[in-house]
Write a protein that binds this ligand. Structure first.
Ligand SMILES: Nc1ncnc2c1ncn2[C@@H]1O[C@H](COP(=O)(O)OP(=O)(O)OP(=O)(O)O)[C@@H](O)[C@H]1O
Ligand SMILES: [Mg+2]
Length: 365
């Protein structure tokens, strides 16, 4: 996977222009607030995912402008391809000149992983972020998972509406029967897919974390479900367990006004030396844990698709000592990498890369 050209128009603070990266390490330097992260964000959108800063689509359009357009030439599947993204109210996409039904359709065509300081909330924040990590990663491996997620969200909002409406309504029991069955049928796929993903991703993350910590610390990831007994079960078995659990919780859910069990309430526990990183991890351990998960995601993508994903590393080096920086750069040696930083000197001691400068939204070499 390789980006050969990116053009941007009316995107965030970037001055309309183009970016011609090299096939190795691209270092984007510049002072604060110049547009370095915005450039990575533009590349990231071609993975079909949402902005890694969780920005709304309209926030991506330059202030006081109506729309924005990005175009990217890239090599994937041994051929040169072109994709375009237009943001006007919502995001739409074209692939090789053909309009797609949604921008998410680019998932699986162009692959990348991103690390941003915002991802530290993966450890510090609530479970939603960790669920999103698993779901987004799995979407890149199995693009059809996008629809499963959307189906689940739709049925969930219907069941939640029922919970909110209260028990008194006519035919509420029949409706619960209907939504519980549908929710179990799609929900089991979420629980099953996430476990499948972790079974493959966790060993990679453990190995990378070991490298980062110089073999001194032990790392593990565990799926924590609100549904008991789901480990090592088939999707059909999970569907039954989830259905039973939803049924059991009807009264409690009516009282709460929403659905309190199911994959939308599950979590991923990050453990360092057997202790939850969230409560007990140091700053450096938390940063290393996120990096290990992100690089594991990339390694797995490469294994499954046979393509090396591009690595977008936003401000990754600033708090790491030289040996950890060195480990990361070695690990991604033959991927196309985009690294942003304010001061490039320490990176250039470690690698041969190409430097680009970002100043006031203008990119120069
Ligand atoms: N929609 C938008 N239109 C115009 N400018 C925007 C828009 N969204 C963000 N900006 C501006 O873009 C600027 C650069 O943001 P960016 O996050 O890319 O900086 P950066 O170079 O990564 O800085 P840092 O080193 O602090 O991370 C910010 O000052 C922000 O106000
Ligand atoms: Mg930045």
């Amino acid at each position: 996977m390789q980006v050969t050209r990116l053009t941007f128009e009316r995107f965030r603070n970037l001055k309309d222009g183009e970016f011609l990266p090299c096939s190795g390490v691209n270092v984007i330097t510049g002072e604060n607030a110049q547009g370095k992260t915005n450039l990575l964000e533009a590349i990231w959108l071609f993975t079909g995912g949402r902005s890694f800063r969780m920005a709304k689509d309209k926030e991506l359009v330059a202030f006081d402008r109506e729309d924005s357009r990005l175009q990217m030439d890239f090599e994937a599947g041994n051929r040169q391809q072109t994709a375009a993204i237009t943001i006007k109210g919502r995001r739409s996409a074209e692939l090789n000149g053909i309009p797609q039904s949604s921008a998410a359709k680019l998932a699986g065509v162009f692959c990348g992983v991103v690390f941003s300081p915002a991802h530290l909330s993966l450890i510090k924040g609530g479970p939603q972020e960790r669920r999103r990590l698993m779901d987004a990663a799995y979407c890149q491996l199995r693009p059809s998972y996008v629809k499963v997620l959307a189906d689940y969200a739709r049925v969930l909002s219907q069941r939640n509406a029922l919970c909110k409406a209260g028990a008194g309504g006519e035919g509420a029991d029949e409706l619960f029967d209907l939504w519980d069955k549908q929710l179990a049928q799609t929900g089991c796929l979420l629980i099953h897919s996430r476990q499948l993903y972790l079974r493959r991703m966790a060993p990679q993350a453990r190995r990378i974390y070991e490298g980062l910590s110089g073999g001194k610390e032990d790392f593990d990831l565990q799926y924590r479900s609100t549904v008991e007994g789901i480990v090592d079960r088939t999707a059909a078995e999970i569907a039954q367990l989830l259905y039973d659990e939803l049924r059991r919780h009807r009264a409690a859910d009516l009282a709460a006004g929403f659905t309190t069990v199911g994959p939308h309430r599950d979590d991923l526990e990050v453990l360092i030396n057997g202790n939850p990183a969230r409560q007990f991890g140091s700053q450096g351990q938390q940063r290393s844990a996120v990096l290990a998960m992100k690089l594991a995601e990339a390694t797995l993508l490469q294994e499954v698709t046979g393509e090396k994903p591009v690595a977008l590393l936003d401000d990754v080096m600033s708090e790491l000592d030289i040996s950890r920086q060195d480990y990361i750069l070695n690990h991604i040696q033959d991927w196309q990498v985009f690294i942003t930083c304010c001061d490039s000197t320490s990176i250039f001691k470690l690698i041969n890369g190409r430097e680009f400068r970002m100043s006031g939204g203008k990119l120069s070499t």
